[in-house]
Design a binder for this molecule. Structure first.
Ligand SMILES: *Cc1c(COP(=O)(O)O)cnc(C)c1O
Length: 972
């Protein structure tokens, strides 16, 4: 594709900023340690010649920061912001500036990793616990998770939860019933999932009662997509009478005024927290939520933050019930979701903390008031308003005139929802003013009654049996931060408790925690990008679509595939999309029996969980002694399952951090048996510019833009997991969930495949980050980044091998972009576990490497290209110092139980304590290296006991006394 914006490019220095080790002297130091005299000779040895790409990347020459921002400005101006009244699950919202700048745009929040190391994550864990409490209170269901991906996929997860949980004889194989007033994109996503798993879904108007036959579960929406607020009590009771479970998709803002699902007997509530301060973002990222009644918590997908205690008995937060997750349970997991939407959940929670219950209710009442005023005006002028009881959405019947009226509105800068030729939907929101109400009314030839005369809307009051009477958000945290000074300090206090990439390297293998450059982040909150509704007419979204098409084209060039879809909003979703494409392909060839998916035992847990969701049967392939795929086992499994073989999922370079030399032979063997090759591309940071999965044997891959392509991890999301495929799979790439309804988007969907999320481009809002990264680096810079990542990993492996043996190496004893440090021998000799080392690293100011994945008892280190030699050496020095501490235990200088390792991490309170009586000094506890004396990070809590918290699950804000924090004040 030709470049879209013509700007002269001058030589860019951005790669020098992005890559940490750029000075020749540093590179030489690293090369010397590894034993090579040039980066190229190291790379040529490490990367098998059989997979190397033959020519350099054909991308546009690198642009400078100023030029890239200019180009983004030009693209953004091709989007036309409008008054967005389309609704359908997406509403304009005000992001309070204090939250935008200090959370959404603050590196302390957006560069954090998923809180698997809870001692350095107490701030974001508290914010996520606030999110759970907010969801739980508003839905009146006690157990909420810390976010899901989007509303449509959250409903799909709820349907699957009901099918897992409802084991009664009549229900287990019975159909799932969706109310016809659900969001159309939700229905499309659920139908796609159901088709792959082979269960029946019926769509029915549940306001008329339940359909005939056995039912596994029903899904209702409150308010419905039509805007109607309907008392669900009766249909919920009838469903439960029949042994069905009940899910209600509910709007959190509406729930401040409307009876919550939990009070009506629902088992599950799901929905989107978008309108709590998160921009439209052309469809995402937005945090979806799910809450359940007691008894369903172990089936709940996604992460749950819970309260436990640390080693001194202090309350402390950590992720609870992780044994449900895919990284433990693999094909038996509750869901394949790994990366979710933590950052957006935190924004939504801060919005609730800032506004409080009264503020939220006031916002909801204003929205409702405007909607009633509009309905009153329209009805008074003879326009038929469909429902008498609604919250924010008015559906009108205008026989034969819908298209014309929407055209008029559009010409006046207002987007309304096309329902069909006769119906128009109008959804108001927090940004709606009386002037906007008047302008909308005028489109229909109506005029609102003057001020002080709301009686025109009087007949549109919420039905009394749907009005909420219970309190919500009564916890002090939602009632203590009304002034901007207070919220600013609260945000800062929480982020100061955490270690994110803005303070230290995060050497997490498989997670590629690299620089998220500020220039890359700049554009995401520009209104011309952020305020665009995903279902806005094409004429208003040209800039977005150009940017996305250009990024997709660049990703095709980088991966060697023919087609890319950015719709999947996490790696796990890309996996599912890719496997569904393979499934569609086999079905199209009459090969319905091809359902076996081979997965190496070392694969990421999402692989197995995704295969199950794609209706496949997982067969595990063994690992050889050197960490590569066991060829004999592979051949045997291929032979056994020959006629049923659907696919193999391989990660390349493997999760062992090594370039397997025979990957092309593995691909050939699978192809020869009629199978397809899925290459998990999460490790693409080791390949960009050097090798293309689409050229060395892959049929389809997902990439993690939140790893290799610089979208920040956000403390557990957002992510983007584009699926990339060869042309024979193109017809099965993700379709548009909204294509079947007249949405005004006009353009036909790019493919007829199963939709994988609710909006066509998924988490479009963060794509400018990856677009900017590719443009800033150019093909040469990207390739240099890959080489630097390989050099840095090999430098660490060489330097640490004598202290912690590197488990797997490939050609020339080299690793790829990460290395596994094996602690098992040390553990058996001294009792010091890999976890002890991970926790002790906190005392040295580091976030631990990946713990016990893919091999239990090991640490997997991935430095990325962004770390400079000084920071890498700081890490190496810490690890060597820790090794000496292990030796002190071996030498009997102190016992394991009384060692700095076992007692790590050390809080300030633990060290500054007159009763100190340990076998090692306080200095060794807190300042094991002199350099720590100046910039010391103290974790707010000591080692956390996860098991206690799981036995006694507390997953909403605990009473304040638990913490006795004098800085909190309760003003009510
Ligand atoms: C991160 C990762 C995934 C999952 O990606 P998410 O975005 O977290 O869903 C899958 N496979 C591998 C190898 C990974 O490292």
């Amino acid at each position: 594709m030709e470049f879209l914006v013509t700007i002269e490019s001058t030589p860019s220095v951005f790669a020098d900023r992005h890559i940490g080790a750029r000075r020749q002297a540093d590179i030489d130091t690293m090369l010397k340690a590894v034993g090579y005299d040039s980066v190229d000779s190291l790379v040529d040895t490490a990367v098998p010649a059989s997979i190397r790409q033959s020519s350099p990347l054909q991308l546009q020459a690198a642009l400078g920061e100023v030029e890239v921002l200019d180009a983004l400005r030009v693209l953004s101006k091709k989007n036309i912001p409008a008054v967005q009244l389309i609704g359908q699950g997406y509403y304009s919202a005000v992001t309070p500036a204090v939250i935008r700048r200090n959370v959404l745009e603050a590196p302390a929040w957006y560069t954090a990793y998923t809180p698997y190391q809870p001692e350095i994550s107490q701030g974001r864990l508290e914010a996520l616990l606030n999110f759970q409490t907010m969801v739980s209170d508003l839905t009146a269901l006690p157990i909420a998770n810390a976010s899901l991906l989007d509303e449509a996929t959250a409903v799909a997860e709820a349907v699957l939860l009901m099918r897992r949980a409802n084991k009664s004889k009549t229900a287990v194989n019975a159909k799932t019933v969706l109310d016809s007033d659900l969001l159309p994109q939700t229905i499309a996503v659920v139908m796609g999932r159901a088709e792959a798993l082979g269960f029946e879904v019926e769509i029915a108007d549940l306001s008329l009662g339940l359909p005939e036959g056995d039912i596994n579960g029903i899904v209702l929406q409150q308010p419905g997509v039509s805007g109607r607020v309907f008392n669900h009590a009766q249909v919920i009771a009838a469903a439960k009478e029949k042994g069905a479970l009940v899910t209600v998709a509910a709007d959190l803002l509406a729930l401040t005024l409307i009876t919550p699902p939990g009070e009506q007997g629902a088992d599950i509530a799901v929905g989107s927290a978008q309108r709590f301060g998160v921009p439209l973002f052309f469809g995402g990222p937005h945090a979806a939520y799910m809450a359940v009644r007691p008894g369903l918590e172990r089936s709940l997908p996604g992460r749950i933050v819970g309260v436990s205690v640390d080693n001194t008995g202090l309350p402390a937060y950590r992720l609870a019930l992780q044994t449900r997750e895919q990284h433990i349970r693999r094909e038996k997991a509750t869901s394949n979701i790994c990366t979710a939407q933590a950052l957006l959940a935190i924004v939504a929670s801060m919005y609730a903390v800032f506004h409080g219950p009264a503020g939220l209710k006031a916002i909801a009442e204003t929205v409702h008031h405007h909607a009633r005023t509009l309905a009153g005006a329209l009805a008074a002028s003879g326009v038929e308003v469909l429902h008498a009881s609604f919250f924010d959405t008015v559906t009108v019947r205008v026989p034969g005139r819908a298209k014309a009226l929407i055209g008029v509105a559009e010409s006046r800068g207002i987007n309304l929802r096309v329902i069909d030729a006769d119906h128009v939907g109008i959804s108001l929101d927090e940004t709606t003013t009386a002037d906007i109400v008047a302008r909308v009314a005028d489109v229909f030839g109506a005029a609102p009654a003057g001020d002080g005369d709301d009686h025109a809307g009087a007949s549109f009051a919420l039905a009394t049996d749907t009005v909420r009477t219970s309190d919500f958000l009564t916890h002090p945290v939602f009632n203590s931060h009304r002034s901007e000074t207070q919220i600013l300090r609260y945000i800062r206090k929480l982020s100061d408790r955490d270690l994110a990439l803005d303070r230290t390297m995060i050497p997490l293998g498989s997670c590629t925690m690299k620089l998220n450059a500020t220039a890359e982040m700049e554009a995401i909150s520009w209104p011309e990008f952020a305020s665009i509704h995903p279902f806005a007419p094409d004429s208003q979204t040209e800039g977005w679509r150009l940017l996305i098409a250009d990024l997709e084209a660049d990703l095709c060039e980088i991966t060697g595939y023919d087609q890319v879809s950015t719709q999947p909003n996490a790696g796990s979703q890309g996996e599912l999309a890719g496997l569904l494409a393979i499934r569609g392909y086999h079905l199209s060839r009459g090969d319905a029996q091809r359902t076996v998916c081979l997965i190496p035992g070392s694969a990421h847990g999402t692989n197995a969980a995704s295969a199950v969701l794609a209706g496949m049967k997982v067969v595990v392939v063994g690992t050889a002694a050197d960490g590569s795929i066991d060829r004999a086992d592979l051949d045997a499994k291929i032979e056994t399952h020959k006629s049923q073989l659907s696919a193999i999922m391989i990660t390349y370079p493997s999760t062992h951090g090594v370039f397997d030399a025979d990957v092309t032979e593995v691909c050939d063997a699978v192809h020869a048996a009629g199978g397809q090759v899925y290459v998990d591309g999460a490790n693409l940071n080791a390949l960009v510019g050097l090798a293309q999965p689409g050229k060395f044997g892959g049929d389809v891959s997902h990439l993690n833009l939140h790893k290799t392509f610089c979208i920040p991890h956000g403390g557990g999301g957002p992510g983007v997991g584009p699926v990339a495929a060869k042309s024979h799979l193109a017809p099965f790439m993700p379709g548009d969930a909204n294509a079947t309804v007249g949405n005004g988007a006009g353009e036909p969907a790019a493919s007829t495949g199963v939709p994988i999320s609710g909006s066509r481009f998924g988490s479009a809002g963060v794509l400018p980050i990856s677009w900017a990264y590719v443009k800033l680096m150019g093909g040469k810079g990207l390739t240099e980044a890959t080489k630097s990542a390989l050099l840095a990993a090999n430098y660490i492996a060489s330097r640490l091998n004598d202290y912690f043996p590197v488990l797997y190496t490939g050609a020339g004893d080299l690793v790829a972009h990460e290395c596994i440090l094996d602690l098992r021998e040390l553990t058996s000799r001294t009792g010091v576990s890999a976890e002890d080392v991970a926790k002790r690293l906190i005392d040295y100011g580091f976030h631990a490497p990946t713990l016990s994945f893919p091999v239990v008892g090991t640490l997997m280190v991935e430095p990325t290209e962004s770390e400079d030699l000084g920071e890498i050496d700081r890490f190496i020095t810490a690890m060597i110092s820790i090794r000496h501490e292990i030796d002190q235990i071996a030498a009997g200088e102190f016992t394991l139980a009384d060692s700095p390792l076992h007692n790590a991490p050390h809080t300030a309170a633990a060290v500054i304590n007159s009763a100190w009586d340990r076998g090692y000094t306080r200095e060794q506890a807190a300042f094991p290296l002199d350099a720590l004396r100046q910039d010391k990070y103290f974790p707010p809590v000591g080692r956390i006991d996860g098991a206690t918290g799981d036995r006694n699950l507390v997953c909403s804000c605990p009473p304040l006394e638990a913490f006795e924090d004098p800085t909190e004040s309760f003003e009510n």
